[in-house]
Design a protein around this ligand. Structure first.
Ligand SMILES: [Zn+2]
Length: 288
């Protein structure tokens, strides 16, 4: 495997969930060896179980049950967009059940979304209507060039197989004065450094790339995007989500036991504010 930024051979970094994560010695970019065809993987993996607590997937315990907390987190992210672009045409990349599209519509944006998951797309279309949601990956969807004021990409970047090609395409969809906002994990955050292999962001196979500020900047610049603002955000998470993540990725036996007791009870929805701030929220615009 080669670094997509430096074209240098990658070195083995850590093994988790049955997959090797490699790392570039030069730019520190991490990359999962997926060992299978990405397109087929996406179709199989992001199905019903991904959103409903499949024990073999480090994803969502119950995405619908967590909607109030998910929207609360999204609302925080939208507050970074509003001072730059109060209205306009907005595209949410990897829109899942369409919660962000719904939120943006309620705040006056002309919002659209797409997702490669057929299951998620059917939910999103129920929520915001068929014409606002497309099914497909970034390389597959067709929108007019230079047509969006805002593109949002929350917890999606790390799932991509070809982030450079994908960002080039998205950059082309932005109007010349458009902005893009990306939220992803930061391998240079204190949580990542302290937790090392137990860092909750290291969840192969769905997380494929692991960035920090420096290497993500160099990738974005190659896609003619220039980071302007950086933020870190804490997150509201439910007890169900935390336990499900811990039982599937933290390799925690206790979480496996406690999850069994909590599942199906009101305790699943118990909200926690997690100030780990192991993420980076990047607001970028097009380079002239
Ligand atoms: Zn590199």
């Amino acid at each position: 495997m080669q670094c997509i930024l430096c074209a240098k051979p990658l070195e083995k970094y850590l093994y988790k969930n049955g997959f090797w994560i490699y790392r570039c010695n030069s730019c520190q970019l991490g990359q999962t060896d997926l060992k299978k065809d990405y397109k087929r993987f996406v179709k199989e993996f992001y199905s019903k179980g991904y959103y409903e607590g499949d024990p073999t997937r480090s994803a969502y315990a119950d995405y619908e049950l967590d909607k109030p907390l998910i929207v609360k987190n999204m609302s925080k992210l939208l507050s970074f967009v509003a001072p730059k672009k109060k209205t306009g045409k907005l595209l949410d990349v990897g829109c899942a059940f369409g919660y962000f599209v719904e939120l943006a519509l309620s705040r006056g944006y002309d919002a659209y979304g797409f997702d490669p998951s057929a299951f998620a797309v059917s939910k999103a279309r129920e929520l915001v209507g068929k014409k606002r949601i497309l099914e497909g990956a970034i390389e597959e969807v067709a929108y007019p060039k230079a047509s969006f004021d805002v593109i949002t990409m929350f917890d999606v970047f790390e799932h991509l197989e070809n982030p450079l090609a994908d960002m080039k395409k998205l950059s082309g969809l932005l109007k010349p004065d458009g902005i893009i906002i990306i939220a992803t994990g930061d391998t240079q955050s204190w949580a990542a450094k302290i937790m090392k292999r137990r860092w909750t962001f290291f969840i192969p196979p769905q997380h494929i790339f692991f960035f920090d500020r420096k290497n993500v900047t160099s990738l974005l610049r190659r896609a003619k995007l220039k980071p302007r603002r950086w933020y870190r955000v804490g997150k509201w998470l439910s007890l169900g989500y935390i336990l499900h993540l811990a039982r599937t990725t933290g390799e925690s036996k206790i979480a496996r036991v406690v999850y069994k007791f909590v599942k199906g009870t009101i305790l699943m929805r118990l909200p926690f504010y997690v100030p780990m701030k192991d993420n980076m929220v990047i607001l970028a615009n097009k380079q002239p």
